[in-house]
Design a protein around this ligand. Structure first.
Ligand SMILES: [Fe+2]
Length: 358
C-alpha cells in the first residue's frame, strides 16, 4: 500500500454495463434506494447473460445502497436466494475464499426453522415474535423500563462483529403484518458528504471496536459450539471483537462511507477518551436523524425483497408490529466481503460523481 501513489486507488472502481437497463425502476429518493416494481429475480438468473445481469445489479446496489424488488419473488427457492447473494459478491471482486455468512449461533437448538420446518446454515430467519421474546429477556435494555424505547439503537450494518463483515444482504419477506414493520436504510456515503472537510479528516483517522461478547456467553450457557469458520477463513472461533475503520472505502465504487461510527455492534471508538467516544457516536447518530433525506424506507409487502450493500448503508428495523398484532417473518442471506479498509486515494460519492458538496 505504501508504494502506491495517492491518486491510485487500491481497487479500481467497477463500471456498470447496460444488461439490466430493460428493467423498469423508480429511484426511492434522489440519494438512496431503487425499486423494481415488476422485475423477477428468477428471470435474471435464468437469462443467457445471467452473470452480466447479476454483476450490473451488484454495482447498482453498491451505487444506490439498497434496491427493492416489489413483485412477489416467492417463485425463488432458498438455494436461488443464496446463489444470488453469493454471486453478487463473487462477480464484484470479493476475496475468492469468501462466501456466505453462517450465524455464530446457528447451532442453538432453539433457532427458528424456515416455513418448511428445516434450517439452513446460510439462512437467518427473521421473526418479529421471536425478536420480542429475545428483547424481553434482555434486562436493563435501554428503554425497557418506563420510558419509550430509543429506536436509534436499531441502526446497524450486518455482521460488524466479524473480522470480515457482510458485503451484500438479501432479505425476502414471507409474512407481513397489517401495518408497520418497515425497514429503513441510511446512506453512509451521504453521511460522509454531510461532514465538514476537517471533520471528515478527523473521522478518517479513527477506528472502532465492534465487540459482541453475547455470542460466547450464549454458546457456553446453551452448551453448544460456536459456528466456525463463518464465511471467511478470517471469521473463526470466538473472535468477535474486531476494529473497523469509522470511514471505509467501498471497493466496488471507490467512494468513502461512514461505516463503524455508530450502531448496535459498535462498542467503542478507539483511542479517544470515553466522553469523546460518546460525543462522536452521538454526533453520527444525530447526522442520521437530522438528515432524513438520506433514508429510504421499505414498507414490506408479501414476497417483496430488499438487497443492500452493508459497506455503504446502515439499516434499522421498526419494532412496531405488536401494535397491530401481526407477525413479520422473512429469510435473509448475507455474503462476507473483504476486511474493511480506508483508501486515502478514494473520494466521497459527490466528489466522485462531480456533484455539488451538498
Ligand atoms: Fe440487519
Amino acid at each position: 500500500m505504501g508504494s502506491l501513489s495517492l491518486n491510485k486507488l487500491i481497487r479500481e472502481p467497477l463500471k456498470r454495463g447496460s444488461s439490466i437497463d430493460h428493467l423498469e425502476y423508480v429511484d426511492s429518493t434522489p440519494i438512496i434506494g431503487r425499486e423494481y416494481p415488476t422485475a423477477k429475480l428468477k428471470d435474471v438468473i435464468q437469462a443467457p447473460n445471467a452473470d452480466e445481469q447479476l454483476r450490473d445489479l451488484a454495482i447498482t446496489i453498491c451505487e444506490r445502497g439498497v434496491v427493492f424488488f416489489r413483485a412477489p419473488q416467492d417463485d425463488l427457492s432458498i438455494e436461488e436466494q443464496k446463489y444470488i447473494t453469493d454471486m453478487l459478491g463473487k462477480l464484484t471482486g470479493r476475496p475468492a475464499e469468501h462466501g456466505l455468512h453462517v450465524h455464530p449461533l446457528y447451532n442453538d437448538p432453539n433457532n427458528l426453522p424456515m416455513a418448511d420446518g428445516t434450517t439452513d446454515r446460510n439462512i437467518y430467519v427473521i421473526n418479529s415474535e421471536a425478536a420480542k421474546k429475545l428483547y424481553a429477556t434482555m434486562k436493563n435494555r435501554p428503554g425497557s423500563g418506563d420510558e419509550p424505547r430509543d429506536l436509534g439503537r436499531e441502526w446497524h450494518s450486518d455482521s460488524l462483529f466479524e473480522n470480515c463483515p457482510s458485503d451484500f444482504s438479501f432479505l425476502r419477506m414471507q409474512d407481513t403484518p397489517p401495518a408497520g414493520g418497515d425497514t429503513l436504510w441510511v446512506s453512509g456515503y451521504e453521511l460522509y458528504d454531510r461532514l465538514s472537510p476537517p471533520f471528515q479528516k478527523f473521522l478518517e483517522g479513527l477506528t472502532a471496536t465492534c465487540a459482541q461478547p453475547v455470542f460466547e456467553s450464549a454458546c457456553k450457557a446453551g452448551g453448544y459450539e460456536v459456528t466456525s469458520p463463518r464465511g471467511s477463513p478470517l471469521n473463526v472461533d470466538y473472535e468477535f471483537s474486531p476494529s473497523h475503520p469509522v470511514i471505509r472505502t467501498h471497493p466496488v465504487t471507490g467512494w468513502k462511507s461512514v461505516f463503524a461510527g455508530v450502531g448496535l455492534h459498535v462498542s467503542r471508538i478507539n483511542d479517544v477518551y470515553s466522553y469523546e467516544d460518546y460525543m462522536i457516536r452521538d454526533y453520527i447518530m444525530r447526522l442520521i436523524t437530522r438528515n432524513h433525506d438520506c433514508v429510504a424506507r421499505m414498507h414490506w409487502t408479501r414476497g417483496a425483497c430488499a438487497i443492500w450493500s452493508n459497506i455503504c448503508t446502515l439499516h434499522a428495523a421498526t419494532p412496531d408490529t405488536h401494535l397491530v398484532g401481526g407477525i413479520r417473518t422473512g429469510v435473509r442471506a448475507s455474503g462476507i466481503g473483504e476486511k474493511p479498509y480506508l483508501d486515502p486515494a478514494s473520494t466521497g460519492r459527490r466528489e466522485g460523481l462531480g456533484l455539488q458538496r451538498f
